[in-house]
Design a protein around this ligand. Structure first.
Ligand code: TYD
Length: 220
């Protein structure tokens, strides 16, 4: 039985979901609101966020690397994760900061574990190594119908190697996330309907964070 590191002075919030759910926009809004409340906030993305991890991101997401073996993909996402946790996430949590992450360990469970087929258990073992047994305090699943999410991504242009997969792949991603959130026994998952307007999604996210920021109610 793994003993998860749930008692750091800081708080870890992850935003998860398939393509086009608006995670990147919403993380900025959440960061700004929490900062305005006086919280010390760090916002990061995976893969990326450090010099080493951004270089790994280039390799793992480049459309030029269509021939990448799935095993290579699994290990590159973990390598980028190991670096950002050691360099930024764990020191920030130890210092009492609020760390917001645009994707983290659950992306690997869904994309590599459940969709590519490596299995949730194996990927979570690797996640435990990469994160030093760290689970998010709150995970927000920004859920959006696949066709809607993909059309938002297409509008933005510059599709990466994962976004270039077919609709069947993205259908599996959506189902896998919903399954993971529903199977959860820790209470850390909250499902957000991300097909609503940006403002409505922002309000739903703020509402969902109340469970870990009781005092945030008045700052809305
Ligand atoms: P990104 O451009 O950050 O996409 P998004 O805006 O959807 O977050 O690309 C990250 C891609 O990498 C995305 O398709 C999900 C995938 N991914 C994995 O497959 N496994 C992982 O562990 C992580 C962190 C991301």
């Amino acid at each position: 039985m793994i003993s998860y590191n749930l008692t750091t002075p800081g708080l870890l919030i992850t935003l998860e979901g398939g393509e086009g759910g608006g995670k990147t926009t919403q993380i900025v809004r959440l960061r700004d609101k929490l900062t305005a409340m006086g919280k010390d906030v760090v916002a990061l993305r995976e893969p990326g966020g450090t010099t080493v991890s951004e270089q790994i991101r280039e390799v793992v997401l480049s459309a030029k690397n269509a021939g990448m073996a799935y095993t290579t993909e699994v290990l590159l996402f973990q390598a980028a994760r190991a670096q950002i946790y050691r360099e930024i996430v764990l020191p920030s949590l130890a210092a009492g900061k609020v760390v917001l992450m645009d994707r983290s360990r659950d992306s690997s469970v869904v994309y590599q574990g459940m969709v590519r087929g490596f299995g949730k258990e194996l990927i979570d073992q690797l996640n435990d190594i990469s994160t030093k047994n760290t689970l998010p305090n709150l995970t927000l699943l920004l859920d959006v119908p696949v066709t809607e999410g993909l059309s938002r991504v297409a509008d933005a242009g510059n599709n990466n190697r994962m976004e270039m997969q077919g609709t069947a792949f993205h259908d599996k991603v959506r189902e896998a996330y919903l399954q993971l959130a529903k199977e959860d026994t820790t209470g850390r998952w909250q499902i957000i309907d991300a097909s609503a307007s940006l403002e409505e999604v922002e309000a739903a996210i703020w509402q969902a964070t109340q469970s870990i920021f009781p005092s945030a109610q008045t700052g809305a």
